[in-house]
Design a binder for this molecule. Structure first.
Ligand SMILES: [Cu+2]
Length: 158
């Protein structure tokens, strides 16, 4: 009887701890301009971009992403090496307290593999970002390349 009671108590305590750790992150991670580059309907791979702002006082580690609209989502980085473009899978991306990370064409990006439905310009695609201590659910807007870069850099215009 006593043993049974103890087990219950431990179970309750650990579930409260999980709630507490996941609560801090979501409010303090801001996602700016999340978008997917529009591609022909035959495309089996699309690229997703955004800026992740870490407004918390702790380092955060972005580890993965998932979407019901794609079979898999990977974090990639494009690099220029001897005049050739390469894409490498990146396991994790650390973002300092108060810092940000930009996923943009020619650099870090989400590789969205095997769309499960037609992805059209203007669509809003659900995606969950996984961090070490939390997750954040967002929507990415499918945009033409020109439209998206204008949005991202509009503050630089005179
Ligand atoms: Cu890629």
């Amino acid at each position: 009887m006593l043993k049974h009671y103890k087990n219950n108590l431990i179970a309750i305590t650990s579930s409260i701890m999980i709630m507490a750790t996941s609560a801090w992150g979501t409010e303090q991670i801001d996602i700016e301009n999340p978008w997917i580059r529009s591609a022909p309907p035959t495309a089996t791979v699309l690229a997703g971009y955004m800026t992740i702002h870490n407004r918390s006082g702790n380092n955060i580690v972005f580890t993965a992403a998932s979407s019901p609209s794609f079979s898999t989502v990977q974090l990639h980085r494009t690099t220029l090496h001897n005049g050739m473009m390469h894409m490498d899978a990146v396991k994790a991306l650390s973002i300092n307290a108060g810092g940000s990370a930009t996923l943009e064409p020619g650099s870090y990006h989400l590789m969205l593999n095997n769309p499960k439905q037609a992805i059209k310009t203007g669509d809003s695609i659900p995606l969950t970002l996984h961090f070490e201590n939390t997750t954040k659910s967002i929507h990415l807007i499918v945009k033409q390349n020109d439209e998206a870069t204008t949005d991202a850099h509009s503050h630089q215009h005179h």
